[in-house]
Design a protein around this ligand. Structure first.
Ligand SMILES: Cc1cc2nc3c(=O)[nH]c(=O)nc-3n(C[C@H](O)[C@H](O)[C@H](O)COP(=O)(O)OP(=O)(O)OC[C@H]3O[C@@H](n4cnc5c(N)ncnc54)[C@H](O)[C@@H]3O)c2cc1C
Length: 288
């Protein structure tokens, strides 16, 4: 939970209906579901990279008045006007261990969403402002690095630039880390939908798998970055490159470490990174 999630103004809400829910990871691994929400409110409008909040019905633990959690929109808006708006969410069923009792408890919002049935009504907030925006200039390079459900905004970006807009000229590079092949969301046996973009001349996806049982998706991504550090270093020095980091918090530190090593010093990397931040070409959406 972030301070933002805990202290958010939750008075402005919209009703959404569960239109479908499908598991995109096999039974042998953590459950992640692709959940389609339909919104009939005519004024509802979103941009790729934005998040919505989900309010779960009470009563809540510890007498909290609300339980509000963020989920990133995983699809692109449709260019043509249609009836209502559809939102896709990629939700991991979360558990947490109570530090005092050591017992495992279900995460409230993620279980609520993963258990929701077709036709159920969900109360959402937002869409909320996001650091993730697709640049207007189609010659921009997009360097996207993520783990787990952090793939959600990148899926929305790819749908927008290739399916809805078309004509993207800049390089698009996706680095995605997972513990194993079955956790490669959208690129595993159950779901292949990012492979649709493999024939786009500007797109390339690098899938990094963890080499050891004790390593997680963040470690896998770190190895993938190390393996392609020279190419990434070249890309980040191009003033047309925008960097996006999504998913586990630790990937930002891993990226910094790899780039400092490739740049030759931490100071050299810090200066390239601060120029990107200054030019609004650096964004992070990391949460666990
Ligand atoms: C910007 C943003 C975007 C996000 N996008 C996505 C997304 O696309 N997909 C996705 O699956 N998730 C996403 N998340 C994470 C999501 O918002 C939730 O944090 C996650 O689903 C867990 O919420 P929950 O209500 O299920 O769990 P909670 O009930 O909130 O429990 C989860 C955490 O709360 C803490 N906690 C709560 N109660 C206790 C307790 N009694 N004792 C100890 N610890 C406790 C623990 O730290 C635990 O790990 C995003 C988060 C942010 C900030």
């Amino acid at each position: 939970m972030t301070d933002l999630e805990a202290n958010f103004n939750v008075s402005d809400t919209t009703e959404a209906i569960i239109a479908s829910s499908k598991r995109v990871t096999p039974e042998s691994t953590d459950e992640i579901r692709l959940i389609l929400l339909r919104i009939d409110a005519p004024a509802f409008y979103f941009l790729e990279g934005q998040t919505i909040g989900v309010l779960t019905p009470g009563p809540h633990a510890f007498g909290n008045p609300t339980h509000h959690r963020f989920y990133t929109i995983a699809n692109a808006r449709k260019s043509a006007d249609g009836e209502g708006v559809e939102l896709e969410l990629l939700v991991r069923r979360c558990f947490y261990i109570d530090e005092v009792s050591g017992e495992e408890y279900p995460g409230e919002a993620s279980h609520y969403l993963c258990n929701a049935q077709l036709g159920d009504k969900i109360t959402i907030t937002g869409p909320h402002r996001s650091p993730f925006r697709i640049p207007a200039d189609k010659t921009s390079n997009l360097l996207m690095l993520g783990t787990g459900t952090g793939i959600a905004p990148f899926r929305a970006f790819l749908r927008r630039i290739y399916d809805e807009q078309g004509g993207w000229e800049g390089k698009v590079r996706l680095f995605y880390g997972a513990r194993n092949g079955t956790e490669m969301l959208y690129m595993n046996d159950l779901n292949q939908d990012l492979t649709n973009y493999y024939d786009q001349a500007t797109f390339s996806a690098i899938q990094a798998l963890s080499a050891g049982v004790l390593k997680d998706a963040g470690d896998a991504l770190h190895s993938g970055i190390e393996d392609h550090a020279a190419e990434i270093w070249k890309l980040v020095q191009d003033p047309k490159t925008h960097v996006y980091l999504a998913g586990m918090k630790k990937i930002a530190a891993a990226f910094d470490a790899s780039m400092a090593k490739t740049a030759g010093s931490e100071a050299e990397w810090a200066s390239v990174k601060s120029a990107m931040i200054e030019a609004k070409r650096w964004s992070e959406l990391t949460y666990h």
